[in-house]
Ligand binder design. Structure first.
Ligand SMILES: *[C@@H]1O[C@H](CO)[C@@H](O)[C@H](O)[C@H]1NC(C)=O
Ligand SMILES: *[C@@H]1O[C@H](CO)[C@@H](O)[C@H](O)[C@H]1NC(C)=O
Ligand SMILES: *[C@@H]1O[C@H](CO)[C@@H](O)[C@H](O)[C@H]1NC(C)=O
Length: 313
């Protein structure tokens, strides 16, 4: 009996990659993280492009696998990746939002995701910090960002009336929602923001996203700090949920309270749940294995920058 069930589990395990996912959720999601040109002078010697390990840990912690998505691939290579993975995260950083290789690759995933959704194929996109800014550029077709003084500051969110009925915050316990609007649980590390006024004046943005929270910088500029697609599964946070659990530089505004950690877990859970609604998969087990982040080792950079560990490509 033991042997028989052992054999069954064994063969199931090895055919699992190619078998159609059972039920209405994909329990083996793979999420891409878009690599970015290395601009930081201290990191440049290590590699042309990178992914901070904190984003990888953030997603993995919620029960998915991660694929680093390289820059400068052809459209058909990106299309093949799109059809193999179950969502993508555009991380923070500092590159041009229109002309960088990062922005060009993101544009391809963004338009494929919209086309897919319109034909009944779910593919969620998440943007953190620069990633949120990039989403606004992709939707508006131009860069509408405003310079704000929002570098290294932890803030409570000014939740809008849309927050309560949002998908992103739907499963948040009431105490966490309360803490989110009262305690500084969100770490901000940006020089630019999409001002609420600019957002509201732009019909493309206004029709595409629902604003879930705003914040105000020290000069009084109110900006969008959290948003989600009204129709499409696209999500943006101007702040950094991953730092709450995975970065520890003492001089930086990384919130580590129990509530801050819970917030980070809850949001990662949310996005991985979104990816479970996607049934894209790799054409073969070999291609899947070769694509995953497990093939790479992060490098310790805690002595030269706040990232602690970074994957270079
Ligand atoms: C991408 O291609 C451009 C143009 O050929 C080149 O300048 C750039 O270094 C490449 N980027 C990467 C990350 O390989
Ligand atoms: C943004 O504004 C700050 C404060 O006014 C200023 O010091 C900084 O140079 C500005 N940055 C850019 C890129 O305009
Ligand atoms: C929340 O909004 C109020 C009113 O606009 C503003 O005064 C306050 O600074 C905002 N709080 C944060 C943390 O941005």
């Amino acid at each position: 009996m033991v042997l028989i069930s052992g054999v069954f589990i064994f063969s199931f395990f090895f055919s699992g990659v190619l078998a159609a996912p059972s039920g209405n959720r994909n329990e083996r999601p793979i999420i891409g993280i878009l690599t970015q040109e290395t601009e930081d002078a201290v990191l440049k010697p290590f590699g042309k492009t990178y992914v901070a390990a904190s984003y990888v840990k953030y997603l993995e912690s919620a029960g998915c696998r991660v694929m680093p998505v390289r820059l400068n691939l052809t459209f058909s290579e990106y299309e093949k990746i799109f059809n193999s993975i179950n969502g993508i995260l555009f991380p923070g950083g500092a590159v041009n939002l229109e002309n960088s290789d990062f922005a060009k690759a993101a544009r391809i995933f963004y338009s494929l995701a919209i086309k897919a959704y319109d034909s009944g194929d779910y593919f969620p996109i998440w943007g953190t910090c620069l990633g949120l800014q990039l989403l606004t550029v992709l939707t508006a077709g131009k860069n509408l960002l405003t310079n704000t003084s929002t570098e290294n500051i932890a803030l409570a969110l000014n939740l809008t009336s849309s927050a309560q009925s949002s998908r992103m915050f739907h499963d948040f316990p009431p105490e966490l929602m309360k803490a989110l609007s009262k305690e500084p649980l969100t770490g901000n590390f940006h020089h630019y923001s999409i001002a609420t006024q600019t957002f509201q004046r732009n019909i493309k943005l206004r029709h595409f996203y629902s604003v879930l929270s705003t914040n105000t910088d020290m000069y009084g500029v109110e900006f969008v700090s959290t948003m989600e697609g009204i129709k499409y599964p696209m999500y943006g946070v101007q702040w950094h949920p991953e730092v709450n659990r995975f970065l520890w530089e003492k001089d930086l505004a990384f919130p580590h309270s129990a509530k801050a950690v819970q917030l980070s877990s809850q949001l990662a859970d949310f996005f991985v749940n979104e990816a479970r609604k996607s049934f894209h998969r790799f054409p073969s087990a070999e291609e899947e294995k070769a694509a995953l982040i497990y093939n790479y080792s992060p490098i310790y950079v805690g002595n030269i920058c706040s990232y602690m560990q970074v994957y270079f490509f």
